[in-house]
Design a protein around this ligand. Structure first.
Ligand code: ARG
Length: 264
C-alpha cells in the first residue's frame, strides 16, 4: 500500500514536471512561425532593392506588424502580377506592395484594415503643358499594368486608349518617360514625389489633381478566408495606435501621418 502511494506520487510529480516543461517551451517565444510575404520591390519608397536587400516603408511597417502579432516574416520579391497569383494559390501568407483596397480585388482577396492613405498623381517633365488630369487627353501615358493608375486613366479616356502604355513595373514606366516615349506617368503620389525629389537631374515635376483622383487606402493582401486576418488586423491597429506607425512614417516621409483619415 505504501509502495503504491509512492509510485503514484512520483508519477504525479513527473507529469507536473513534464507539463511545466511544455509550458515554458511554448511561451519561450523561440518558435515563432515564419510567414512568407511577397512583394514587387520596384516601388520606392514603399519597397525597393538596395544592395540586394528589400527596403522601404512597407518593409519597416510589416516588420513592426509581424513583431506585434508574434510572427517572423520573410519578404520576397516576386513582381506585381505574381503577387496576385501567389495569394490566390495560397503559396504565400500575405502580400505587401502599396496595394490599394479596391472593390474588384475584394471579390477575390481579403485585405487587412487600411494602413496608408494614397492618391494617384501625374509625373511629367518640367514645363510640360499637362497641368491637370484633363490635359492628359490625347497624350501618351505610361502606367504599371494592373494598378489603380491604369484604372484611373481608363476611367478618364476609355479602355482601348492606344495612347496608354502598360509596363510590368513602375520603374519601366518612368524609364519610358525619361526616354521620351510617353508624355506622362500616372502612379501613387508618394512614389511620384519621391522620384522627383531623388532624381533632380531628370527635371521632372508632379501634378496633383484632387478633382480627378480619389483617396485610396493600402491594405495587406491575404488569401480569401485567411485565418491570419484577425491577427494582422489587430497588429496593424496596434502599430498605428502605439506610435510605431508615426515613427516609421516620419523616417520615410519626414512628416506626421494623417492617422485620423486612416481610421475613418
Ligand atoms: N496602389 C496601386 C495599386 O494598388 C499601385 C501599387 C503598385 N505597387 C507596387 N509595388 N508596384 O494598384
Amino acid at each position: 500500500m505504501k509502495k503504491f502511494k509512492l509510485v503514484t506520487t512520483l508519477m504525479v510529480v513527473g507529469l507536473l514536471l513534464l507539463l511545466s516543461a511544455c509550458g515554458t517551451s511554448k511561451t519561450g517565444g523561440s518558435e515563432k512561425k515564419t510567414l512568407r510575404v511577397v512583394t514587387d520591390a520596384a516601388y520606392a519608397p514603399f519597397e525597393y532593392q538596395q544592395k540586394g536587400k528589400i527596403v522601404g516603408f512597407d518593409v519597416d511597417f510589416v516588420n513592426a506588424v509581424a513583431k506585434e502579432a508574434g510572427y517572423n516574416v520573410n519578404i520576397e520579391h516576386v513582381g506585381w502580377d505574381p503577387i496576385f497569383v501567389e495569394i490566390e494559390k495560397k503559396t504565400a501568407d500575405f502580400a505587401v506592395s502599396a496595394i490599394t483596397i479596391t472593390p474588384e480585388r475584394q471579390e477575390s482577396y481579403d485585405f487587412t484594415v487600411p494602413y496608408f492613405l494614397s492618391r494617384n498623381e501625374i509625373l511629367v517633365p518640367k514645363g510640360s503643358t499637362i497641368k491637370s488630369a484633363k490635359d492628359l487627353e490625347g497624350k501618351k501615358i505610361a502606367v504599371q499594368n494592373g494598378t489603380t493608375g491604369q484604372e484611373v486613366v481608363e476611367k478618364l479616356f476609355g479602355k482601348n486608349n492606344p495612347n496608354l502604355k502598360k509596363f510590368e513595373n513602375n520603374n519601366l514606366a518612368i524609364l519610358e518617360l525619361k526616354n521620351g516615349g510617353v508624355d506622362a506617368v500616372v502612379a501613387d503620389n508618394s512614389v511620384v514625389e519621391t522620384y522627383v525629389k531623388n532624381n533632380p537631374k531628370d527635371n521632372f515635376e508632379f501634378i496633383e489633381d484632387d478633382g480627378a483622383f480619389e483617396n485610396e487606402f493600402y491594405g495587406l493582401l491575404l488569401p480569401k478566408g485567411s485565418k491570419l486576418k484577425g491577427d494582422l488586423d489587430k497588429a496593424v491597429k496596434a502599430v498605428i495606435d502605439n506610435g510605431t506607425y508615426a515613427k516609421i512614417y516620419k523616417k520615410w516621409f519626414g512628416v506626421e501621418p494623417d492617422t485620423q483619415t486612416l481610421k475613418d
